[in-house]
Design a protein around this ligand. Structure first.
Ligand code: V47
Ligand code: SF4
Length: 370
């Protein structure tokens, strides 16, 4: 990193934070806030790169995956949602046979299926469990990353089980890991304004902690760029950092930029790309116990994803195979998201980093180092 910090014009507070990050010490919530409020983009990039290189060297990973969104029928009314049947012109609820057809049609080299969708009032834990089981029968090697804590909360409560009992059942059906959705923003006041009726912060955290205790890995997201302040983002990450200290079973942290098309919060402007880069960098610096920070490229676009690799991001998710509608319905620039392995490799090499293909547990499958 920079050897002579005295040559840079920094406030005393920023100097302290710089010194801590440079010597691999954890920063406090107040110091995280100082980074958001006072640090310029160059400094944030330098610090985030320092943390990223320590954890992952120059490697940037991707996975061959696809999504299944079983239904967009949903009992909830999240203000930011452009996807549920209440706000979009379309409604679907794929039958188990249709879902299996999607799995059988997926490219033979995909390693992971990411399943998430609306919370349908008529389906129960065994319906979803059997879905996982049938997918595994058809493609035994595939890793099933399925159901956000919101879907899991509903199916377990409907079955009148504890989170532990319900998650054990899902694990027995073949659930391998849990995606990070539904975290939104943990601050209870902001959460009440943007998704009043859905699973609480406490339950989201408890479901992930219980899953971790059962050996089920999961991801964590944060929806940013709406009504929240920097203070709320730091509070969100602090709650995740505390949980990760206890379990160490979060695989990655995924900031999700609020997209404002076709939803009840369309009156809000989207934050700038600068803000996206700032947010990646502060996440990378603050979440010192997360190995991976993921840029979900269908959300921010390919260019910002490539730039994010110089702001702490080391994971660019997957090939997707044009299988998700959540972001295209919310106005994402790529209406049919899909990226080939070749495009990933080129994107990473162009910024002088090393592309790596991974599996769902972050084992390295192939290093593209020449
Ligand atoms: O929880 C919904 C978000 C999430 C909008 O675990 C929106 O690897 C922005 O969690 N603008 C679901 N975001 C998707 C998700 C996810 C995505 C990629 C990878 C992983 C992973 C998980 O999508 C929801 C919500 O936060 N979302 N609407 C919107 N208008
Ligand atoms: Fe339902 Fe998810 Fe949309 Fe909320 S974000 S309304 S839980 S589909």
């Amino acid at each position: 990193m920079i050897n002579n910090i005295d040559k840079i014009n920094l406030s005393q507070e920023l100097r302290t934070v710089f010194g801590k990050v440079a010597s691999d010490q954890r920063i406090s919530a107040d110091e995280g806030l100082i980074l958001f409020k006072e640090a310029d983009l160059g400094l944030l990039g330098t610090l985030a790169n320092h943390v990223s290189r320590k954890k992952n060297g120059k490697q940037v990973c991707f996975i061959r995956n696809f999504h299944i969104e079983p239904t967009n029928i949903c009992i909830y009314n999240c203000e930011f949602c452009s996807y549920s049947q209440r706000v979009s012109d379309i409604a679907w609820d794929f039958s188990p046979a249709e879902i299996l057809t999607k799995v059988s049609e997926a490219d033979s080299n995909v390693r992971e299926v990411h399943i998430t969708g609306g919370v349908h009032p008529h389906h129960d834990i065994h319906y979803y469990g059997k879905m996982i089981q049938d997918i595994k029968k058809l493609r035994p090697q595939i890793h099933v990353k399925a159901f956000s804590a919101i879907e899991i909360d509903y199916m377990i409560k409907k079955a009148e089980l504890s989170f532990m009992e319900g998650l054990e059942i899902l694990k027995q059906y073949g659930l391998d890991s849990i995606p990070g959705g539904g975290a939104e923003i943990f601050d209870e006041e902001i959460r009440a304004k943007i998704c009043n009726d859905k699973t609480s912060t406490a339950n989201w955290l408890e479901i992930h902690e219980t899953a971790h205790n059962l050996g089920i890995l999961s991801n964590a997201t944060m929806l940013y760029g709406h009504l929240e302040s920097y203070h709320h983002r730091i509070d969100h990450m602090l709650r995740l950092r505390d949980l990760q200290d206890r379990t160490a079973k979060f695989s990655s942290f995924i900031p999700l930029k609020f997209k404002n098309k076709n939803n009840s919060m369309s009156y809000l402007p989207e934050v700038s790309s600068i803000e996206d880069l700032k947010n990646y960098a502060v996440s990378r610096i603050f979440l010192d116990n997360f190995t991976h920070i993921k840029a979900y490229w269908p959300m921010v676009g390919k260019e910002i994803t490539q730039l994010s690799l110089s702001f702490g991001v080391d994971d660019i998710d997957g090939t997707i195979e044009n299988s998700t509608k959540i972001y295209s319905l919310a106005g994402a620039e790529d209406q049919n998201p899909s990226m080939t392995a070749g495009e990933f490799i080129q994107m990473v090499r162009q910024v002088n980093l090393i592309p790596v293909e991974r599996d769902s547990k972050y084992n390295i499958i192939k290093v593209y180092d020449n």
